[in-house]
Design a binder for this molecule. Structure first.
Ligand code: NAD
Length: 249
């Protein structure tokens, strides 16, 4: 098992078909103890219970600093420490540039980008004290190719911001034994598209994917597992594509 004895927080992991819960399942199977943090507290508790064992699920809005601080304090109280933080929570919205309202812009930045700042700020002091930790941050192929898949330009901007933030974190906290990396998935079959991905859009997208299928939540969970484990002990500041070849660069 790759994560025996590790204690992990995964944000945005309550959605039944989502990347976060698939990651929680994989982490649990690899021997980790998992804390699921999600804006939907009830779903977080259910998701943790579905894993069996001593995992926990807590309500947490990553866009709210005090909510992050409270949730992290409860995890530390319960687990005694944190080895791994998976900054996975995110939202998207398929709107065109000229239609982005100030409120749309703020909410997309707040959850996808500021959420990583707040949750990491709550966790890093503990990792720093232990001189060890692995943080993985969710970006997207949308950041690298300027969208054009599902999310709007504000989503591309937030996910591109994640790359810069994570690389700067890798530089600042490397001397403390904390690694920080990003994943950049292509289109993954989850509920984030909320039924708005038409068959026509899907066919067009598949034409541009050499592996000729959408990604699965488990495809991304495998990369998070690698980044959480000691297999990636000398990897920091990296960006790992999980896109079936949709973007080769
Ligand atoms: P999903 O909608 O299934 O899961 C997202 C989860 O985040 C949900 O459980 C939701 O309740 C939670 N969440 C939303 N706002 C939150 C907040 N403010 N605080 C805490 N939790 C919150 O979507 P998914 O496809 O599994 O997405 C997971 C991550 O992967 C997101 O960051 C998304 O942007 C990113 N991503 C997804 C794809 C894709 O094609 N599905 C591609 C690239 C990147």
């Amino acid at each position: 098992m790759l994560l025996t004895g590790k204690m992990a927080i995964i944000s945005g992991a309550a959605s039944p078909r989502g990347i976060g819960l698939a990651t929680a399942r994989r982490f649990a199977a690899e021997g980790a103890r998992v804390a699921i943090l999600d804006i939907d507290a009830g779903a977080a508790a259910d998701a943790a219970a579905s894993l069996g064992g001593s995992h926990i699920g807590l309500g947490c809005d990553v866009a709210d600093k005090s909510s992050c601080e409270q949730a992290v304090a409860r995890v530390i109280e319960s687990f005694g420490g944190i080895d791994v933080l998976i900054n996975n929570a995110g939202i998207t919205q398929p709107v065109k540039f000229l239609d982005i309202s100030p409120a749309d812009w703020d909410r997309i930045q707040d959850v996808n980008l500021k959420g990583i700042l707040f949750l990491s700020q709550a966790v890093i002091p503990h990792m720093r004290a232990r001189k060890s930790g692995s943080i993985a941050c969710m970006s997207s192929v949308s950041a690298q190719r300027g969208g054009g898949i599902f999310g709007g330009p504000h989503y591309s901007a937030a996910k591109a911001g994640v790359l810069g933030l994570a690389k700067a974190m890798a530089r600042e906290f490397g001397p403390d034994g904390i690694r920080v990396n990003c994943v950049t998935p292509g289109l993954i079959g989850t509920d984030i598209t909320a039924g708005k991905l038409s068959d026509e859009m899907r066919v067009k997208i598949l034409e541009g994917i050499p592996l000729n299928r959408l990604g699965t939540a488990e495809d991304v969970a495998g990369i998070y597992t690698f980044l959480a484990s000691d297999l990636s002990a000398y990897v920091t500041g990296a960006v790992i594509d999980v896109n079936g070849g949709m973007l080769i660069h």
